[in-house]
Design a protein around this ligand. Structure first.
Ligand SMILES: CC(C)(COP(=O)(O)OP(=O)(O)OC[C@H]1O[C@@H](n2cnc3c(N)ncnc32)[C@H](O)[C@@H]1OP(=O)(O)O)[C@@H](O)C(=O)NCCC(=O)NCCS
Length: 213
């Protein structure tokens, strides 16, 4: 009952409640960790809370594939919050039931910008056509204390279901190198590698990945 009172009913799309009740389509067990979390759409009140979560995630989990310098240069530009997704009602957070802290965030988009934060160069907020375009999977970040406990899996399920409900039949993303094993595990196939320019002249390599929904 406490859980219900926390939900931002006003911005949730009609299909959301039924999505929450579905069991995992990836046949991963519902871990005790996931049961300790409340998955809901992000609200404007979450906007200041999300960047610290993203920074904690990238600083702890990013070094598996990137240098410290690449990480610091990417935070706030390529890696960060796109508030348009919050406004659109397509960005989720996982909140710790016991404390209210954020454990993870991630979302999808019906707009053309493929990845990156509010401050990335070359944004394009034009709407995609679900009949011909792929929905964008966007900005998944899990707090290191909650990693490898199925949290991002649950958010990905919510995103894919919501995109399917809007008529998309394909999803794609620009995956960080640290994200590739996760997306591969969920059926995404690797495409072209892209080197995103950083302010200090280095690059951030990412890989385009996609799958049929
Ligand atoms: C990538 C990320 C979102 C995955 O989140 P997560 O909640 O730990 O993922 P899950 O627990 O749902 O993982 C599900 C499966 O994906 C695969 N997987 C996830 N992370 C993996 C890793 N680091 N190495 C290898 N496989 C991994 C595993 O098969 C895992 O199942 P298992 O733990 O039973 O082996 C998280 O590591 C993260 O936030 N990384 C830093 C930020 C980042 O790079 N985000 C991606 C942006 S595109």
């Amino acid at each position: 009952m406490l859980i219900v009172s926390r939900r931002p009913v006003s911005i949730r799309p009609p299909a959301f409640h039924s999505v929450l009740l579905r069991s995992s389509r990836y046949n991963l067990p519902v871990t005790p960790a996931v049961k300790d979390l409340h998955f809901r759409l992000a609200t404007p009140a979450d906007i200041p809370r999300i960047p610290p979560l993203i920074e904690a995630s990238v600083r702890a989990l990013g070094p598996q594939a990137y240098s410290q310098s690449q990480i610091e240069q990417s935070l706030g530009t390529w890696l960060g919050l796109d508030t348009q997704l919050v406004v659109d009602g397509t960005y989720f957070v996982a909140e710790v039931l016991a404390s209210g802290a954020l454990a993870a965030c991630g979302g999808w988009s019906r707009r053309r910008t493929p990845f990156g934060s509010d401050h990335r160069p070359g944004r394009d907020d034009a709407l995609l056509d679900p009949k011909t375009d792929a929905a964008k999977i966007r900005a998944f970040f899990v707090h290191p204390g909650w990693a490898r406990r199925g949290v991002a899996t649950r958010i990905l399920e919510l995103c894919e279901q919501a995109a399917r409900t809007e008529g998309f039949s394909t999803a794609e993303m620009g995956a960080t190198l640290t994200g590739i094993p996760f997306y591969r595990r969920h059926g995404y196939q690797e495409g072209l590698r892209e080197d995103l320019p950083l302010a200090n002249g280095e690059v951030l390599p990412i890989v385009r990945m996609s799958k049929a929904l």
